[in-house]
Design a protein around this ligand. Structure first.
Ligand code: RB5
Length: 149
């Protein structure tokens, strides 16, 4: 699995934590930034490149971190083919892979600490989509996206 990861200035520390986790898990990753020295940056400038890499299949999954995770999740979900979940608990992290087949995870560094972020990311990275009855619901989202093109 290959994962693209990015944060704005509000998510630098959790990005670092999750990069370390992916190194430990031997997951191939692509770090899109932001650079710690960039000062204040705009989260859409980081969410869209990651989302497009997921949508195009260049990477399998994306992880986005900002202060709340909300701006990143709103932005990522604008890209057709992306199903981004903002998850700040381990139950949601597991359920959103099993039920929603989410391909992008958003986290907020001003909401949760690095330890919980690591646990959430680990569960999200290792949980499989259950398929079955959940597939037709995902198809309805894809069909809707196609109808708006
Ligand atoms: C940046 O100040 C902050 O607005 C951003 O990190 C994020 O929380 C937006 O949703």
């Amino acid at each position: 699995m290959k994962v693209a990861i990015a944060s704005d200035h509000g998510g630098i520390h959790i990005r670092e934590e999750i990069i370390n986790l992916m190194k430990e898990m031997k997951i191939d990753y692509l770090d899109i930034g932001c650079d710690c020295n960039s000062g204040s940056v705009d989260y859409p400038d980081y969410a869209f490149p990651v989302a497009h890499k997921v949508a195009s299949g260049e990477v399998d999954r994306g992880i986005l971190i900002c202060g709340t995770g909300i701006g990143m999740s709103i932005s990522a979900n604008k890209v057709n083919g992306v199903r981004c979940a903002l998850a700040h608990d381990t139950f949601s992290a597991k359920a959103t892979r099993e039920h929603n087949d989410t391909n992008v995870l958003a986290l907020g560094e001003r909401v949760i600490g690095p330890g919980l972020a690591r646990e959430i990311a680990k569960i999200w990275l290792t949980t499989e989509f259950l398929g079955g009855r959940h597939s037709k619901r995902i198809e309805k989202i894809s069909d809707y996206e196609k109808s708006t093109l």
